[in-house]
Ligand binder design. Structure first.
Ligand SMILES: [Fe+2]
Length: 194
């Protein structure tokens, strides 16, 4: 019994230490964007404070042997109705020389600090000139309502959609910058893979 209690105590201490370490470095709002060619993809995410911008990737989830580095940006926005907003650290990493029509697995974050995403995946576009059928989804006026969540789940349930073309009107932030963050969190499950 004493041994069992000790295990529980150690478990909770470990969770507590983990959550304190994560404070300030959570990798959130992960999203990908198609590059200019089927061979490139940009991975973006946000952390609360400064950290490295690294993506490790590969065609097997067990072997993320390739590595790409990127850059960070921050911004401030002052608006009378909402006061001064200071963004988190916004990371962008563009991966080049990918194979077309290939599924890649990736993790992003700061690997020296140990603050990273889980293993995510995306599939690159078919090669230029490919004549096979290709399905993609088109969304717009997305906002952040229960309808948005329903739309996201609807798309996620259809793995045949190779990419999503978002035609605009994303967060309806209307100058309230915090709404960009809540939108980024809301769409992450979809945006980190298609
Ligand atoms: Fe709109």
């Amino acid at each position: 019994m004493i041994r069992l209690c000790l295990v529980f105590v150690l478990f909770f201490v470990s969770v507590l230490v983990q959550s304190q370490q994560n404070d300030g470095y959570d990798v959130s709002q992960i999203h990908i964007a198609q590059g200019k060619t089927p061979e490139s993809m940009t991975v973006s995410w946000v952390t609360k404070t400064s950290s490295d911008s690294i993506v490790v990737y590969g065609t097997s989830s067990d072997h993320l042997d390739n590595k790409a580095a990127g850059e960070t940006k921050t911004y401030k926005f002052d608006y009378p109705d909402y006061g001064m907003y200071e963004s988190g650290v916004i990371h962008h990493v563009t991966i080049h020389n990918l194979k077309p029509a290939t599924t890649y697995f990736y993790r992003c974050g700061d690997f020296s600090l140990g603050f990273t995403s889980g293993v995510e995946s995306f599939t690159t576009m078919p090669p230029v000139g490919d004549v096979n059928q290709f399905s993609f989804g088109v969304v717009g006026d997305m906002g952040q309502t229960t309808d948005t969540a329903s739309t996201i789940n609807h798309i996620l349930s259809n793995p045949s959609l190779g990419m999503i073309l978002h035609v605009g009107d994303l967060a309806y932030a209307d100058c309230d910058q915090k709404l960009w963050d809540s939108y980024g969190i809301l769409i992450e499950d979809l945006a980190k893979e298609r």
